[in-house]
Design a protein around this ligand. Structure first.
Ligand code: UDX
Ligand code: UDX
Ligand code: ADP
Length: 480
């Protein structure tokens, strides 16, 4: 009988293993983590992550063939296939700081596997890792092997948050990279057999190890690049009077380009895009390819530019100062349908506004006050270290308050910034909001979700990313 153990019960490990357990009733799947509260949450009615459809999947298999445990060593020892899905933060210190991946958690997981294993294992890289990590892991395992055979596979996960269950049920592709040896091919086949329970054969791609590792970084870099491309065009639209939605639609109609992932925004966020591109940049630099590194660096520079451009618009349109003014922030998560705030553009926008001494009132349907305070107090790249290593009670940022309703957030505010595209923000009673705001009342739509014409009729001054500017905004140019 196949036994699977997944090390790391996070955004990737949790949902992925739940779906494997659901689709493969004959396989026992145990998800282990060093964080006790995380495992307790997975075993409770309040799962540690919010993901549509996840509760249902977990309920169906938990206790049947899906288990969550802190007994890491026992379950690793018993498994034939071990997925490693621990965090890979960006290094904050030492060689490669601010760019290279910190493989501390990976290395400790690998050493632990070597310590406790008594039988042959297939070790699967699930979390995104720099190219050639498999080689390093292989070295740790084989140098401590006691005669055990280890096969390393790379099986990067392409799910997006908010649609994780859907993506896992119907993946565009499953990618498995392995060694091109008889043992390597056998291990690839074993993992292929797991996915073949529900994924059509032609969607399971097999490659060598390095191609699989690099494909994950490249796919995220390409996606982020599309957003930076449309965001770069959005700045030019504002300068020329073109409308970015019309431009993106026209461009996306070319079947060679395609319509998806062309929504201009205040910037991309999430745990993967920036981290993976920084990683790619670092690998290019280490391989003596500075031109390639600079090419990809530009994707992040445009993303940072887009966020600061947004802050500058807010400040410049309010007579160049927001000091002491109440600004409502609607949405803090990095996109809708998730409570995740990792690398959310809202952090940089709020920090920018705080730098200008604004009073910020935030409403997000899924993010807690505690999380927001932690995010605003944290240094860049600190977020990906496990919770228990983070400062538990950072001193609260006093100019920020969190409220449980969009109307409360906007009451007496001078301006309102939409930073996440939650559906509920489309149908708010904007007349009521306008009536309760200071005048002139401003809306800064960082996700292009409100009907700007309707809001103008109510009396708002409206800024939408990449759309023709109101006369007011034209008179108050923002310098990025
Ligand atoms: C291009 C656009 O495709 C067309 O829509 C526009 O109207 C005019 O410019 P064209 O220059 O005729 O058309 O050729 P195209 O097929 O786009 O190729 C342009 C160049 O890109 C060629 O040198 C081609 O070899 C190269 N190319 C194309 C690649 O190197 N890789 C590819 O995957 C595709
Ligand atoms: C991404 C990849 O999509 C997924 O394949 C990979 O496994 C992990 O990284 P995720 O970070 O969950 O997934 O979210 P995604 O939907 O890709 O959005 C990332 C960011 O881009 C969000 O902040 C989103 O708001 C922004 N975005 C997305 C845009 O600004 N415009 C778009 O058109 C699309
Ligand atoms: P991802 O988004 O890639 O899933 P997360 O940060 O959500 O990443 O999850 C990673 C999980 O891995 C965390 O819950 C963390 O506690 C866990 N973890 C890190 N190192 C180890 C380890 N050596 N053994 C077990 N769990 C670990």
């Amino acid at each position: 009988m196949v036994k699977i153990c997944c090390i790391g019960a996070g955004y990737v490990g949790g949902p992925t293993m739940a779906v494997i357990a659901l689709k493969c009733p004959a396989i026992e799947v145990v998800v282990v983590d060093i964080s006790k509260p995380r495992i307790e949450a997975w075993n409770s009615d309040q799962l540690p992550i919010y993901e549509p459809g996840l509760d249902d999947v977990v309920k169906q298999c938990r206790g049947r063939n899906l288990f969550f445990s802190t007994d890491v060593e026992k379950h690793v020892a018993e498994a034939n296939i071990i997925f490693v899905s621990v965090n890979t933060p960006t290094k904050t210190r030492g060689l490669g700081a601010g760019k290279a991946a910190d493989l501390t958690y990976w290395e400790s997981a690998a050493r632990m596997i070597a310590d406790v294993s008594k039988s042959d294992k297939i070790v699967v890289e699930k979390s995104t890792v720099p190219v050639k990590t498999a080689e390093a892991i292989e070295k740790i395992l084989t140098h401590n092997s006691k005669g055990i055979n280890y096969q390393i596979l790379s099986n990067p996960e392409f799910l997006a948050e908010g649609t994780a269950i859907e993506d896992l049920f119907k993946p565009d592709r499953v990618l498995i990279g392995g060694r091109e040896t008889p043992e390597g091919r056998k291990a690839v086949q074993a993992l292929k057999d797991v996915y073949a329970h529900w994924v059509p054969e032609d969607r399971i791609l097999t490659t060598n190890l390095w191609s699989a590792e690099l494909s994950k970084l490249a796919a995220n870099a390409f996606l982020a690049q599309r957003i930076s491309s449309v965001n770069a065009i959005s700045a030019l639209c504002e300068a020329t009077g073109a409308n970015v939605s019309e431009v993106a639609y026209a461009v996306g109609k070319d079947s060679r380009i395609g319509p998806k992932f062309l929504n201009a925004s205040v910037g991309f966020g999430g745990s993967c895009f920036q981290k993976d591109i920084l990683n790619l940049v670092y690998i290019c630099e280490c391989n003596g390819l500075p031109e390639v590194a600079n090419y990809w660096k530009q994707v992040i520079k445009i993303n940072d530019y887009q966020k600061s451009r947004f802050v500058n618009r807010v400040v410049s349109s309010m007579f160049n100062t927001v000091a002491g003014k109440k600004i409502a922030v609607l949405g803090f998560a990095f996109k809708k349908d998730t409570g995740d705030t990792r690398e959310t553009p809202a952090i940089d926008v709020c920090k920018g506004l705080l730098g200008d001494k604004a009073q910020i009132s935030i409403y997000d349907p899924q993010v807690t006050e505690d999380q927001i305070q932690r995010d605003l107090a944290m240094n860049k790249f600190d977020w990906d270290h496990p919770m228990h290593l983070q400062p538990t009670s950072p001193s609260a940022v006093k100019q920020v308050s969190m409220v449980w309703d969009a109307y409360e957030a906007t009451k007496d505010a001078h301006g309102l910034c939409i930073l996440t595209e939650w559906d509920e923000f489309k149908t708010l009673d904007y007349q009521k909001i306008f009536d309760n705001m200071q005048k002139p009342a401003f809306v800064f739509d960082g996700r292009n979700i409100v009907d700007s014409e309707k809001l103008r009729e109510i009396g708002f001054i409206v800024y939408s990313i990449g759309k023709p500017l109101d006369a007011w905004l034209k008179d108050m140019p923002a310098v990025a």
